[in-house]
Design a protein around this ligand. Structure first.
Ligand code: NAP
Length: 481
């Protein structure tokens, strides 16, 4: 980059939670960064709060001075809400930019938008990078996992900065250029989908222990603390232990007990499910988690249902903590596996050539789903993977077979005791389906052929288009001629 003198190596627009943290991270790594924000007062506030790092920051009150303070060709991170705010921001910037400048979308953008913008901005002579950033505020400040999509030549000039600010796993930056156009944002979306599933599974464990076994938040928190020492070691298990152990100052109660059981969602989980279905996949554990959040929103219906639909379940034995740990591990593996199946399908459909092992590697630190499993997942993808499926990799098949009995006991016990475990149930159904060589869609095919003459394949002959010995009559169709 030229004009290096007093000019900034990179710029950032949007000093919200993530933008502020990313800007400080970049400054912390010794890069001069220009910043600006829609609400101008936020700029000086940010610079004042930055302490010693302010020497690496150039605060700008308007777009013109912001663009002028950047080395050319310019690289600009835009960290504003996805969708229209991002498009509006790009339009406001364009008149001040030159051909060859790079715009970086670091928000949670739908990858279809990224693909569209990639084409539009390339036609305008600009370079574009769609970059998924995971790790929340702390990750953005001290080292996120960064999933990059876009033309490789757009990423090259900013690669040193991105590698510097990314989380490190044993020295390896958790950042990678994964493919063209929307590849980075798609991988980030699926990352979030897996995150939804893992969070829901953990919440179901909490429900079983609280409602089925009368355990307190502190007791369950301590259990998660212990689990975080073993195979379940992960960021989400770690923060679950801490969250369950926290006390509400105002009431003296566990914080979790004073939180309304109504979950929010911003879209990435839902997008994962929509894209999975569009790609002919079914990420059932992720779908269950997204659905559980939607059901949770209907608090009034659930309160009415608690009376109107009251039943006394038959009951059954409660499961052990060991079973819960084994079931959680097995279901977590199945959720990751479904996520990677979506990535495989998308990679083929969009021609991204995603390196799955590398995806697993850059999730090992910095991101929300970082866990002890990811090393093994990357090793599995680097080795022989039967049918390209993680569940069939020897290391995971063994764990699934071993954990399946516990998973089955957890789901059965919850069902008998009337506790909802949508994600565990979905995980078990997927496991059982994928180990059933001859399923029941023979009958679905017969039904389809019966009413719609859709034809079927036979087990004993090549080709398709066979029909059953049924001739449709008015009586069959329940209509009168
Ligand atoms: N929070 C997370 O943990 C997280 C993690 C990964 C990715 N993300 C993604 O990162 C992006 C930013 O999230 P955030 O949590 O940092 O949001 P945030 O705290 O709400 O900040 C939003 C920023 O965007 C600016 N902005 C809002 N609407 C704008 C518009 N129409 N035009 C120009 N600027 C506008 C705001 O400026 P004002 O100060 O003027 O309001 C603010 O600087 C989102 O895409 C989000 O999904 C968030």
């Amino acid at each position: 980059m030229s004009d290096s003198g007093n000019k900034a190596a990179i710029g950032l627009i949007g000093l919200g939670t993530m933008g502020s943290a990313l800007a400080l991270n970049i400054a912390d790594n010794g890069y001069k960064i220009a910043v600006t924000n829609r609400t101008v007062s936020r700029v000086s506030e940010f610079i004042n709060d930055a302490g010693e790092l302010s020497e690496y920051l150039i605060g700008c009150d308007d777009i013109e001075s912001f663009v002028a303070s950047l080395q050319t060709p310019r690289a600009i991170i835009v960290m504003v809400p996805a969708g229209k705010p991002f498009d509006d921001q790009i339009e406001a910037l364009k008149p001040y930019l030159d051909e060859g400048d790079t715009l970086i979308d670091a928000g949670n953008t739908n990858f279809h938008d990224t693909r569209r913008r990639d084409a539009e901005l390339a036609a305008d002579g600009f370079r574009f990078v769609g970059m998924g950033v995971s790790g929340g505020e702390e990750g953005a400040r001290f080292g996120p996992s960064i999933m990059v999509g876009g033309p490789e030549e757009s990423f090259k000039p900013i690669e040193p900065i991105i590698n510097a600010i990314a989380a490190k796993y044993e020295g390896d930056p958790c950042a990678a250029h994964l493919g063209p156009d929307g590849a980075g944002h798609f991988v980030k979306t699926v990352h979030n989908g897996i995150e939804y599933a893992d969070m829901q599974l953990i919440a179901e464990v909490w429900g079983i222990l609280r409602d089925g076994q009368g355990k307190s938040a502190a007791e369950v928190g301590a259990l998660f603390d212990r689990w975080n020492e073993g195979e379940l070691k992960s960021y989400l298990v770690e923060i679950t232990g801490k969250a369950l152990g926290a006390t509400d100052e105002a009431t003296g109660k566990p914080v979790v007990d004073i939180i309304l059981d109504r979950a929010g969602q911003k879209g990435t989980g839902r997008w994962t499910v929509i894209e999975a279905l569009g790609l002919g996949q079914s990420a059932s554990t992720i779908e269950a988690a997204v659905g559980a959040r939607s059901w949770s929103a209907a608090k009034d219906v659930r309160e009415a249902g608690a009376e109107i639909l009251a039943v006394q379940p038959e009951g059954g034995p409660q499961v052990s903590e060991e079973d819960l740990a084994d079931a959680l591990l097995a279901a977590r593996i199945l959720a990751y596996a479904q996520g990677f199946d979506i990535l495989t399908a998308a990679s083929e459909t969009y021609g991204w050539d995603l390196d799955m092992a590398r995806v697993a590697e850059i999730w090992r630190a910095g991101c929300i789903i970082r866990s002890a499993l990811l090393d093994d997942i990357s090793a599995a993808f680097r080795g022989e993977l039967p049918k390209g499926r993680l569940i069939l990799a020897p290391a995971f098949a063994k764990r699934l077979v071993n954990g399946s009995a516990a998973l089955r006991r957890v789901v059965a016990s919850a069902a008998m005791n009337g506790q909802a475990t949508p994600a565990f149930s979905a995980a078990l159904a997927y496991f059982d389906t994928m180990r059933t060589a001859r399923g029941t869609t023979d009958l679905v095919q017969a039904q389809r052929d019966f009413f719609g003459a859709h034809g079927f394949e036979r087990v004993d002959q090549e080709g398709g288009g066979f029909h059953g010995p049924w001739a449709l009559s008015a009586e069959d169709m329940n209509v009168s001629r």
